[in-house]
Write a protein that binds this ligand. Structure first.
Ligand code: AMP
Length: 219
């Protein structure tokens, strides 16, 4: 099963994708995390990527195309969730071409619809564990001990682009470049909308129901 998660920054795509990874064996293909790994490596490519991500702008298509085609070449695409990709119509075509080359098809594009007023609060209250990647939110999912990961005890950090200022650009980019992707999948009969404002566990249940995942389990 191949699924795309769509929604504005802070809509909970990553949290839900992690849930499906842990409980239903989906590969979580998250372009944002993959780009951050490249940035952390200190490479020249990472520096080029950071010059876009630090401003909240989309990184150029050649970088995303390379990431995605390398992923398809692994052959591990039987059960995958694309999170944060495609981000514009050009990327939607990249996905479509990759799927065609491997004689695969997209099952569903899940749109996490959310009230945009709550987004900035979700973003500025988001923290993560640098050791295990666990994501916390001071509003909805606070750590048991302030500033520390429940699993690792490591000191939590914030993403460099999770500030109110950069968020403004990220939201504007979403409105202008990513929203047309919703219509792209709607026209193809693949778009399904979920209420992303509900509790995290309710959203998970809705997605499981939508994708008819009950009874499917792969560790
Ligand atoms: P995210 O982790 O999905 O919020 O992405 C963080 C940042 O990485 C975005 O603001 C973009 O700068 C960059 N990024 C992530 N995914 C993509 C993509 N598919 N295309 C272009 N830029 C991306």
């Amino acid at each position: 099963m191949i699924v795309v998660f769509l929604g504005p920054p802070g809509s909970g795509k990553g949290t839900q994708a992690d849930y499906l990874h842990e409980n239903y064996g989906f590969t979580h293909f998250d372009t944002g995390s993959r780009l951050r790994v490249e940035i952390a490596s200190g490479s020249k490519l990472g520096a080029r990527i950071a010059s876009y991500t630090n401003q909240g702008k989309l990184v150029p298509i050649d970088i995303i195309r390379d990431l995605v085609t390398a992923y398809f070449a692994t052959g591990n695409v039987e059960r995958v969730l694309f999170d944060g990709f495609p981000r514009d119509l050009e990327q939607a075509e990249v996905l479509s071409n990759c799927l065609e080359s491997y004689q695969l098809h997209l099952d569903c594009a899940v749109y996490l619809e959310i009230d945009s007023d709550s987004l900035v609060q979700r973003i500025v209250n988001r923290w993560f564990c640098p050791e295990c990647g666990e994501i916390y939110n001071l509003l909805s999912r606070a750590p048991q001990h302030p500033g520390r990961c429940d699993r690792e005890g490591a000191e939590l950090m914030q993403r460099r682009d999770d500030t109110a200022e950069v968020f403004k650009t990220r939201l504007a980019v979403y409105e202008k470049q990513t929203k047309p992707v919703l219509d792209y999948y709607r026209e193809r009969g693949l778009l399904k909308t979920i209420d992303g404002d509900a509790d995290i566990s309710e959203v998970s249940k809705s997605i499981v129901k939508l994708l008819k995942l009950d009874g499917i389990y792969a560790p």
